[in-house]
Design a protein around this ligand. Structure first.
Ligand code: MLT
Length: 334
């Protein structure tokens, strides 16, 4: 005799299996609902001890506390930050691999015509973190003591003066390019894996000068360990009151500050982006973070800029801003 209820039982059994599969996936971390349930890695595209690393480690602590999991900072150096960005673009879109990057995210597409990723299409933005002024500094025994003297000295010693940067795509490389454009001088560049190691060599008089973020230069400037020639923002930096602006020393068009933001791979679920953004907002309001960044010549962005929308908008506008300047200078990394 035909079982009239067999179809209903099969459907019920199927539904039970589907529910079981969902529970299992959630237990294994397969769903966004239980995110995060394991350590998160923030990939930093430059060497440990440098300015990007410093900002990342500062915000990692309050973010970890908010998310309730450990955050591991991993330095993946190379090719001006593009090796790290490529790694994160190809990571699982599960929120456990996050990229911290800076202004270099916007210069890379022009500097590297064969770039393996698209900064806009291959990433989801989490939000902006901070904007950092840059400073021109010289090694302890480098002769020039002012920007005027520096320009004259470089002009007269073009073959021997060395300029440190963190590779093509680094903020220090962009700042050097702006210096070249403003002065008409062609610098002899010495590339490092980050301005952390570049600073070590500069302090040891192995390289002559560089333009680097105040998050790396404030302490040696205030300790009188390096020469400080100018800060690259329209206004002087509060914590470095004796350092003139580029405008004050006659380099009117040489202005740049280094914005930082967090990214995950493009396919990352929205709930994960929201969780990371909420943790970022907590971090930029953290008293310890605010105080330390002020000591280092900067501040977190206001909350309305720590959003995916503000971040994407800035990234797009900066790609458009830097493209003609880089093309005009004829610099390329590939
Ligand atoms: C770093 O962390 O080393 C940098 O941000 C270097 C740079 O971009 O100049």
């Amino acid at each position: 005799m035909r079982d009239q209820n067999a179809g209903t039982r099969r459907r019920k059994l199927g539904a039970s299996f589907a529910v079981l599969a969902l529970i299992l996936a959630a237990c294994q971390g397969g769903g966004a609902g239980d995110y995060p349930n394991q350590p998160i890695t923030i990939v930093v595209p430059f060497a440990a001890g440098g300015p990007t690393d410093t900002v990342t480690r500062l915000i990692a602590e309050p973010m970890a506390a908010d998310l309730g999991v450990e955050i591991v900072v991993q330095n993946v150096e190379g090719a001006g930050g593009t090796v790290a960005a490529d790694q994160v673009a190809n990571a699982e879109p599960d929120g456990y691999t996050v990229l911290m990057h800076h202004i270099g995210m916007s210069t890379a597409p022009t500097l590297y015509p064969d770039l393996s990723y698209d900064p806009l299409a291959d990433f989801a933005t989490i939000g902006l973190v901070t904007e950092v002024p840059m400073t021109f500094i010289g090694s302890p025994n480098f002769e020039p003591t002012t920007m005027e003297e520096l320009i004259t000295y470089v002009e007269e010693n073009l073959d021997t003066v060395t300029y440190a940067n963190a590779g093509i795509g680094a903020a220090s490389q962009l700042c050097g390019l702006l210096f070249e454009t403003a002065t008409g001088l062609d610098l002899t560049e010495v590339p490092y894996e980050g301005t952390g190691p570049a600073m070590d060599d500069l302090l040891g008089d192995q390289v002559d000068f560089m333009c680097d973020q105040t998050t790396n230069t404030s302490e040696p400037i205030l300790a009188g360990e390096v020469k400080a020639y100018a800060v690259t923002t329209p206004e002087r930096v509060e914590s470095l009151p004796d350092v003139p602006t580029t405008e004050e020393v006659g380099l009117t068009d040489l202005q740049v500050s280094v914005w930082h933001g967090l990214y995950v791979p493009a396919e990352t679920p929205q709930e994960i982006v929201d969780a990371l953004n909420a943790a970022l907002v907590v971090a930029i309001q953290d008293e310890g973070v605010v105080t330390r960044l002020a000591e280092l010549g900067t501040a977190p962005v206001p909350e309305d800029r720590a959003t995916p929308e503000a971040h994407t908008e800035l990234l797009q506008s900066q790609i458009d801003l830097w493209r003609p300047i880089i093309e005009e200078a004829g610099v390329t990394g590939s």
